[in-house]
Structure formats: C-alpha cells, structure tokens
Design a protein around this ligand. Structure first.
Ligand code: FAD
Length: 539
C-alpha cells in the first residue's frame, strides 16, 4: 500500500490505465477518483508528496469571497459546496474556522456589499444555519478582536470557513487512493515519455533514491505538475507554448502571544490587497503576498522585502502588536501555478483550472485551488474514463479519507476527550491529544499503542510518531517527517531545535541509516531551520 520498494516493483512490472505525474493535491485527487472507478492507477512524485505548492498554501478550504467580488457565481457555488464536502470527508483535518472580516474606511468591503455578499455566499454555498454570517457593529467587533485598529473600523462580517493542513490533506487523499489499489511512489521522477506511433504509451522514470531508471507503461497519462507544468509539457515533443504564470506567496509564523487573535482575521492592506492572520494552536501565521515570480521553483525563498510587506500590513491593522522581523519564528514561500492570461496583473489572474491535451495524448491539468481538488479530479477523470469506455462516475464525495471515520467535528472532539480519558494520566495533555487527532485522526490510537517503555514523555511520543510515519506514510527523508507529515518546521520549530537529534536517531533506527547518512540529515536540518528563520535578498 504505502511500501515504496514494493510499489516501485509494481510500477515497473504492471501496465496501468492511468499514470498520474505529480503528487500534490491535484494528482492525489485524480489518483483517488480514478482508482475508485475501477481503473488501474499509478502515481509518481519527483520530490516528496506535497513538497510542491501543496504544502505551502494559506491552508484554508475556503469558499471564495473574492470570486463573489468578481461576480463569478459559478465558481463561488462550486468551491462553496466543496468546502462542505471536503470537511465531511475528513472532519479531523478540515476544521470549521470562524472568520472575521473587519470593515474599514476605504476598504475593499463596505457594509452593504459584505451583507449582500455573505448572504449570497451562505445561500450559494449551502452554509448550515449555525454557521451563517453575522454582521457586527464596531463595538461587537472590538469586543471580539480588541487588537484591531479602531480609528478606521466600522464593523465586521463574521462568517464560516475551514482550516486544514495542506500537506496532510494531500497525504490523506493519497493514502486513501493507495488503500483502494493505486500504486504510488515519492522520489520518482518522470524524465521523458515513450511513444508508439506518436502516441504516448508510458514514461521513462528514475528512482531518485537509488538512481535506477525504469519505464512505466500506461494507456493514459495525466500531468498534475503544478508550477512544473510547462517543464513537463516540454518533455512531450508536441508542446512548446507556456500555459503557466508563476506568482509567489509567503507566510510568516509568530508566537500567538505576540498577536493573540481569537479568530482568523481577513483584513485590508493599504494597497488594496487582503491578508490573513490565522491562529493555529500556540502560533499565528500571517500572509500572503502575490508577486510575479521567475526564480527557482523547488525551494522559493522568503525575501526581506516579502517579510517587511507582511509585517507592515499586520502592524497597520493591529498597531499594538508592533511586530518586527525578530518575532518571526518560521516562514514559507509557495508558487501559484496560475493559468496564463496575458495583460492581467498577478492578483487579477483567475484561479480557475484548465485541462489541456496534446496531439500525443498527454493530458495536463493546471491552475485551481486546494479547495477545488475533488472537482478538478472529477473533470479530468471523466475525460480519461470516456477514452477507456469506463461508464462509472465519480464517487469521491462519499468516500471518507484515511484517518477519518467521524460524522462531524463533534465526533472529533469526542475522540480527543476519549484519548484524554485513556491516556491523560499516563502521557497526554490536551495539546498533545488535540495535535494527534488533528494530524492523524483515528490512527492516533494506533500511534499510542507504539509507545516505547523508556524515555521522557516527549521522546516516547516522538518515537511512536516516527515509527508510525515511516511504516505507514512513506517517509524517506527527515524533512518528509518534520516538514510535511508533522509541520514541526513551521509550527513547532522550538521543539524541532531541541529534539532534532532525537528525531534523527529515531528515523535512523527505523530506516537503517548509517552514521554518514545521519550527519547529512543533521546538516540538512540545520540548513532548513536557517532557511525558514532568515530572509534572503532578491527573488
Ligand atoms: P503541487 O502541489 O505543486 O504538485 C505538483 C507536483 O508535481 C510537485 O510535487 C512536483 O514535485 C511534481 N512534479 C513536477 N514535475 C514532475 C516530474 N517530472 N515527475 C514527477 N513529479 C513531478 N488554495 C486553497 O484552496 N486555499 C488556500 O488557502 C490557498 N492558499 C494558497 C497560498 C499560496 C501562497 C499559494 C502559492 C497557493 C495557495 N492555494 C490555496 C492554491 C493551492 O495551494 C494550489 O492550487 C495547489 O496546492 C496546487 O496543487 P498541485 O498538486 O496542482 O501542485
């Protein structure tokens, strides 16, 4: 299922109906949709799963107020409905999150537009009665978020969205696909295509860990390569024109005590853009930017200019915070793979997805959002199903993701309480119980069964978590664990600094690393910590 060596053998020896190139949320969604329709499915990812844009977003499953402002009702309806569905598919991972939209003098959203907008939004998106919007007076807004700047404040809209962990959502979708028979492998790159009569019949792949090259045969191939879409299309000889425009967005993480907001706040900046301040446990993350980008795609940097822009915007709306660069504990930058629309600015380019097919049969899907991954997948897989004569339609709306098994968010809270009852006096506190359930859902119980006899509580939990992730979630490098399986690099960097060596030795035991490998991983960890805590000059 998630056994990499076994899966590599299967990739080489089997023939597939569909091979997906790219293990971000888009590729993961496609693999799941297709395998549930009975297709033989493979997916290869050049880096780790979700290492591209799908671990670097704002991490919201949101309904697109901005599309409403652009009067794109079709898109508001689709993403609005999708929020509800994605929440139901993994309530532990996609939590309800109340948002505050302060209405300010000369802001993007006036009272009547917001009232109308949020009402239409409630209606179009089928929002539950309890979660429907409320319009707040200035005083109510100040009571709710006392740190907001008051001189320009007029009131606020208060409405419901969902927050997630993008990398974990991608993994949950992939693990569900693998459970249903999809053969998936990370660190496996597509280097070229194989043709028969000018039609693509497979790919030349390379296992990035061993360097071994092999071929994979498949009747159809879908590229879901995000920012690398044009690069992949160019490997197919029938392609040349660029379809993607890259823009960069950054986020900064600070301690919640530096900006103790109670809710996610979606606020105006002086330049007409909107930013988020999003509480996540003991941290708050701030973002984002949207600037044209032509630099390196794999590990884009947060520049000094990016950081100053975000901090200035936050300080303008929360003057008492007086944030400075020294308050930034961690950061990340992501690249939006937007469909090229010449003549439009970075912010004005549509976030819609598009499907393209080359003369040689390579299908690629690009653009879109995390929130809309299921519908994007459905559209592409419908096309493939049509070619295969497969009459089944998408069932992803009804298949809960791995780790789920909750009827709603109350059931998630009950699970946290149950864990506290059983393990609270032995090892867990409310914070660790919540972390385990929000991260692993039902699998949290299995992790606790793996606790070793000796060590501090923190070490015991870490050992069990490492063991679970290596055995079930295809961890290959330490970074897979501390950045994408657990997001420690972003939201718990203090514990990563103090427990880094312990994590590396636990991984070394599980993965059979020698001393040389451990030293390389230790150097890499130091490099990563430096990368997310410092700002570069230039792109
Ligand atoms: P990726 O996640 O980049 O996946 C593509 C994968 O293809 C990569 O992992 C790459 O390694 C792999 N690949 C490329 N070439 C090859 C090859 N030759 N062989 C094998 N593998 C290959 N959306 C929301 O809904 N909510 C948000 O809050 C939100 N916020 C955002 C904030 C920012 C700053 C950004 C940048 C985006 C945001 N988005 C948001 C959009 C969302 O993150 C993206 O639309 C989504 O993650 C794109 O996923 P993807 O799978 O298409 O691309």
């Amino acid at each position: 299922m998630m056994n990499r060596e076994q899966n590599l053998k299967e990739l080489e020896s089997k023939a597939f109906d569909l091979l997906v190139v790219g293990g971000g949320i888009t590729g993961a969604g496609i693999a799941l949709d297709a395998v549930l329709r009975g297709m033989k499915v493979a997916l290869v990812e050049r880096q780790d799963f979700a290492a591209g844009t799908s671990s670097r977003s704002t991490k919201l499953i949101h309904g697109g107020l901005r599309y409403l402002a652009q009067a794109d009702f079709g898109l508001v309806y689709e993403v609005g409905r999708e929020r509800r569905i994605v929440h139901a598919l993994a309530p532990h991972l996609v939590h309800p999150d109340r948002m505050l939209l302060p209405l300010v003098e000369k802001g993007n959203y006036g009272y009547w537009l917001t009232l109308l907008g949020l009402s239409v939004y409630d209606l179009l998106a089928g929002v539950n009665k309890n979660d429907r919007k409320r319009m707040l007076s200035k005083n109510e807004t100040m009571r709710l978020e006392p740190l907001l700047r008051t001189d320009i404040l007029r009131g606020a809209g208060f409405y419901a969205e969902y927050r997630t962990d993008d990398a974990r959502l991608t993994h949950a979708v992939l693990m569900t696909a693998a459970k249903h028979g999809a053969v998936v492998a990370n660190y496996t790159a597509v280097e070229g295509f194989i043709y028969d009569n000018q039609k693509i019949t497979g790919v030349e792949a390379v296992d990035e860990v061993s360097g071994r090259k092999f071929n994979v045969s498949s009747r159809h191939i879908v590229g879901a390569a995000g920012p690398w879409t044009d690069e992949l299309r160019r490997k197919d000889e029938s392609q040349s024109k660029s379809i993607i425009r890259h823009t960069k967005g950054v986020h900064l993480v600070i301690a919640r005590e530096k900006l103790p907001v109670q809710h996610t706040v979606y606020f105006d900046n002086y330049d007409g853009r909107m930013l988020f301040a999003i509480p996540r446990d003991e941290k708050v993350y701030l973002g984002t930017t949207d600037t044209p980008y032509s630099g390196e795609l794999t590990d884009p940097k947060v520049t000094l200019q990016d950081a100053e822009y975000v901090l200035e915007a936050v300080n303008a709306m929360f003057p008492m915070a007086r944030l400075s660069k020294a308050d930034v504990e961690s950061s990340w930058a992501g690249i939006r793979p937007l469909i090229e629309q010449s003549g439009k600015s970075a912010t004005a380019v549509s976030r819609k997805d598009e499907v393209y097919e080359s003369d040689s049969g390579l299908i690629v899907i690009a653009g879109g959002k995390l929130t809309g991954y299921r519908k994007m997948a459905e559209r592409v897989v419908d096309r493939v199903a049509n070619k295969l004569g497969n009459k089944k339609s998408s069932t992803t709306e009804k298949v809960q993701l791995e780790g789920a098994g909750y009827i709603n968010y109350n059931a998630v809270e009950n699970h946290i309480n149950l864990l506290m009852e059983r393990w609270g006096h032995i090892i867990l506190n409310q914070k660790t119980a919540t972390y385990l359930v929000h991260t692993y859902g039902r699998a949290a119980d299995g992790i606790l069964e793996l606790l070793p006899e000796s060590g501090t509580n923190e070490e015991k939990l870490l050992s069990a978590e490492v063991q679970y992730c290596v055995r079930n979630e295809m961890v290959v490098t330490a970074r897979d664990f501390y950045e994408r399986r657990t997001a420690r690099l972003f939201f718990d960097i203090g514990s990563l600094k103090s427990n880094g060596d312990f994590i590396l030795s636990a991984l070394a035991r599980e993965l059979g690393w020698d001393d040389g490998k451990i030293s390389r991983e230790a150097a890499n960890l130091a490099k990563e910590i430096h990368r997310v805590t410092s700002f570069s000059v230039g792109e």
